[in-house]
Ligand binder design. Structure first.
Ligand code: PNS
Length: 163
């Protein structure tokens, strides 16, 4: 399919669920931009630079995938990048309401932009950045849930917050 697709998110941090969506999405959209949102109202565990770095390290062997960051409205960023598609992963019913609202708001702001939903893989539907951070904080095993580069960083960060 022609045209640029954007996969936006907080990616705080990237999980194997995100990587699954990116790899599967890339088969449909050969040029995919993973875009880390800079949201001053959130209090992330990792800086934007760290989140971008972890994504780049995890995706270095993935052709056609670019990692970028953006501030402000997603639709403005999509216009600047001349993207036609926004990809979002859907885990469970609980994701639906927020995603539904976001897709409609984005469509109202930019009717030319289409949101494309992908079901999260069956091995990943229970993984979220939020739960991963919580498990890390209490010393749980994260192998298989996040890429190796994230594993090391999140454990160090969790340890620091307990010191
Ligand atoms: O990974 P997340 O936190 O679910 O991603 C949410 C994200 C970053 C895609 C969303 O908050 C977003 O698009 N933020 C940019 C600001 C914006 O456009 N907000 C209006 C959406 S209706």
């Amino acid at each position: 399919m022609d045209g640029l697709a954007i996969y936006p998110g907080s990616f705080d941090p990237v999980t194997n669920g995100h990587l699954d969506i990116i790899r599967r999405g890339r088969r449909i959209f050969p040029h995919l931009v993973v875009a880390v949102a800079i949201n001053p109202r959130k209090n992330p565990m990792f800086t934007v630079e760290e989140r971008v770095e972890m994504l780049r390290e995890s995706l270095q062997d993935e052709p056609g995938v670019e990692v970028d960051s953006f501030q402000g409205l997603l639709v403005e960023y999509a216009r600047r990048r001349k993207a036609a598609i926004v990809i979002r992963g859907l885990r469970a019913l609980s994701d639906f309401e927020n995603e539904f609202q976001m897709a409609h708001m984005n469509h109202r702001l930019a009717p030319e932009l289409e949101t494309f939903f992908m079901m999260t893989g069956q091995d990943h539907f229970y993984i979220s950045s939020q739960t991963v951070k919580e498990v890390a904080l209490f010393g749980g095993d994260l192998h298989g849930l996040v890429p190796e580069t994230v594993l090391a960083r999140i454990q160090a960060r969790a340890q620091k917050s307990l010191d």
